[in-house]
Design a protein around this ligand. Structure first.
Ligand SMILES: Cc1ncc(COP(=O)(O)O)c(C=O)c1O
Length: 400
């Protein structure tokens, strides 16, 4: 391990930067004075190389229309080659201003009004909006929680794919919020079921770079030529290097027919060019910031251990669903309070912290909360102490 170079303990004041996480608390939760550990971005600086590259670009001063260059595509191709041994081609990569826009485009391109889209709940809630706002229906294939670990319910999936209106499955891989990094076997089983029932797989792999030691991520499309033809993979550097506000993602579509369908949907929206800063940030991050990422992962592992120890010793009624990937941790509060409204009230009013209430992730979410640990350890410590105090008061009946 190389010497620590980056200071993830530094507290950066994000207030008054139009930050969704820090500046929109009152609008979202009704209170201003909360410590926010919700929205999935990080309270850390992006890598110094990225900041320098953006400053240089900003100083150039002309911010005209921008296109993606060969050196940009090379940086993406080499990232997947180096870190995943997945060979992708330049022509497979499609720009979108985010993964959620990509999911939305795919729904519009490959399903029709009234069709059903399978999702594995509890799951990242903007999927529901992308499906329902386009007049499609959510078809749930709920995950099973077994001995503290989530698994896919393949028997149920076999039934759901046979629904005459089912067309597509949105795979969350790694899974937000339950933190599973699906194994090659699990993905193969899911992929075969989808293939033999003509269900297109949208594999959202936005969290794939964030994993804990010993955990391997398998790119769904890289498993077989058949899966490659029957899938769209959504990738991005935004979670990895904290670039979400720059709005760029790389959607990998090896199948020509699917890619053409996807592109023609994008054309209708006019969202086909990135802003002047996005590509520079991604290219710099992929080419020059692997050491930063390694140290980030080390720090996140430390935060996860800290959280687990804190909860075990100070609030053992809360169960931690140990994540294999993502910086989001799914906490089971059901022994304390299983009514999601009461639980959220307790955390907001008494704890003065904002986590994501599990309810919005739908089936299986009530009584859980999602906490974002991508923050300085001191922030995490403050938040956990506040929650522990709130739970003590709750037990003693001091909070009604
Ligand atoms: C699973 C998943 N997909 C997509 C997104 C959002 O992606 P984007 O900001 O690129 O639209 C997130 C953000 O939290 C996420 O967790």
């Amino acid at each position: 391990m190389t010497k620590k170079k980056y200071d993830f303990d530094e507290i950066i004041d994000r207030r008054n930067t139009s930050s969704e996480k820090w500046d929109f608390l009152k609008e979202t939760f009704g209170y201003d004075d909360l410590l926010p550990l919700w929205v999935a971005d990080m309270d850390f600086l992006s890598p110094p190389h990225v900041i320098d590259a953006l400053v240089k670009r900003a100083k150039h001063g002309v911010y005209g229309y921008t296109v993606l260059t060969d050196s940009y595509y090379d940086s993406v191709i080499r990232w997947y080659e180096r870190r995943y041994k997945w060979s992708i081609r330049k022509e497979w990569i499609v720009f979108t201003p985010g993964v959620i826009p990509a999911v939305d485009f795919a729904i519009r391109a490959f399903t029709s009004s009234g069709d059903r889209v399978i999702v594995q709940t509890p799951v990242y809630y903007p999927f529901f909006q992308a499906i329902e706002s386009n007049g499609r229906e959510v078809l749930e294939n709920p995950l099973i929680l077994k001995d503290g670990r989530y698994e896919m319910d393949f028997e149920d999936l076999e039934k759901k794919v046979k629904d005459p209106k089912a067309r597509m499955l949105i795979l969350c891989s790694p899974h937000n919020p339950v933190g599973r990094v699906w194994t090659r076997d699990e993905l193969t089983r899911l992929g075969k079921i989808c293939l033999s029932n003509e269900i297109l797989v949208i594999s959202d792999e936005i969290h794939s770079d964030i994993r804990y030691p010993g955990i391997i991520h398998t790119n769904f499309a890289a498993i077989s030529k058949e899966f490659e033809k029957n899938s769209i993979t959504c990738t991005s550097a935004s979670k990895t290097f904290n670039l979400a506000g720059l709005q760029i993602s790389n959607i990998i579509i090896p199948n020509d027919r699917l890619r053409q369908g996807f592109l023609s949907t994008i054309e209708k929206t006019g969202m086909d060019l990135p802003n002047s800063f996005a590509a520079i940030a991604v290219q710099t991050a992929y080419n020059e910031c692997e050491e930063w990422l390694d140290q980030l992962l080390e720090y996140l592992k430390g935060n996860l251990e800290f959280l687990k120890y804190f909860i075990k010793t100070k609030m053992p009624e809360v169960k931690v669903i140990d994540p294999e990937g993502t910086y989001l941790v799914w906490l089971d509060f059901r022994k304390i309070e299983s009514d999601p409204k009461k639980l959220q009230d307790l955390l907001l009013k008494e704890g003065k912290v904002s986590f994501n209430t599990g309810e919005v992730f739908r089936t299986g979410g009530a009584g859980f909360e999602r906490v974002n640990i991508a923050c300085p350890r001191a922030t995490l410590n403050t938040a956990l102490n506040r929650v522990a105090a709130a739970l003590r008061n709750y037990r003693n009946g001091a909070f009604k």
